[in-house]
Design a protein around this ligand. Structure first.
Ligand code: SF4
Length: 250
């Protein structure tokens, strides 16, 4: 595990073997992956871009219509980069009240209040609760960097079908540092989304169809120290959070 891509670049320069940096995250982390690509990189260093972007998945959730969503708390760390404007088409197209929020308990409470107020008053807007960091236009420098570095490509998501232009692949000018090209022989056979363990219901959890506690493996065969599915692995995973903070802990 490394703290940043810079650490990975430094490690590559100190070793003779090939080093692949697995770049994960949404618009929040995608710009930092672009930065070293603007400089000279060690020949043995490549990037496996697993970056995704927010709007296509939100649109897919609304279009699938499986979950009754009355309002959305939008991620503040994503909006720091993209700005609040990115969410406006969703408010118009789906009449969806949205509040961009920070991550402190008070931010979340305030976002809930603002959403309830919108619903109560029949408004469908994008409001910004995270004004201490988020601007309507976002971070233009970071957005420009993403534009020159990535192409938007179709990708399968866990629990969802392939979603058009929902992921970020390195542009062809970076192919000498693109792990999908450099290590094509290994990566071409890798599944885009690994199949879940038998009985794991992560797909339904992620689509909002069931609560983590409704999975028969929750807290039994599947716990944070012995996860059976991806939602239990990361501290940010739905099942992991439900296990640590939920009332229905088994
Ligand atoms: S991560 Fe664990 S608890 Fe969550 S759906 Fe998968 S098996 Fe069930």
């Amino acid at each position: 595990m490394v703290y940043s891509i810079e650490d990975a670049v430094r490690m590559a320069s100190e070793t003779e073997g090939d080093l692949v940096f697995v770049a994960v995250g949404f618009e929040t982390t995608a710009p930092s992956t672009c930065v070293p690509l603007q400089k000279e990189l060690p020949e043995n260093f490549s990037i496996y871009s697993c970056h995704r972007i927010c709007p296509p998945i939100l649109k897919t959730i609304f279009d699938m219509g499986e979950t009754k969503v009355q309002g959305m708390i939008e991620p503040g760390h994503v909006a720091v980069i993209t700005g609040t404007k990115m969410f406006e088409p969703l408010a118009k197209e789906y009449s969806m009240p949205q509040v961009v929020a920070g991550f402190e308990p008070l931010d979340i409470l305030m976002a809930c209040y603002m959403l309830c107020k919108q619903i109560e008053e029949g408004r469908c807007e994008v409001e910004n609760e995270y004004t201490r960091l988020v601007r309507p236009e976002g971070n233009p420098k970071a957005l420009k960097l993403m534009d020159i570095t990535y192409d938007k490509v179709d990708k399968a998501w866990r629990g969802f079908p392939v979603i058009g232009k929902s992921a970020l692949a390195l542009k062809s000018k970076y192919e000498s540092h693109d792990a999908t090209k450099v290590h094509q022989d290994i990566l071409s056979g890798a599944p885009e989304v690994e199949a879940e363990a038998r009985g794991c219901r992560c797909g339904e959890v992620l689509r909002g169809l069931i609560r983590s506690e409704e999975c028969p493996m929750f807290g039994r065969a599947c716990k944070p120290m012995s996860p059976s599915g991806p939602c239990m692995v990361s501290a940010e995973g739905s099942c992991n959070i439900a296990y640590r903070f939920g009332k229905m802990r088994v």
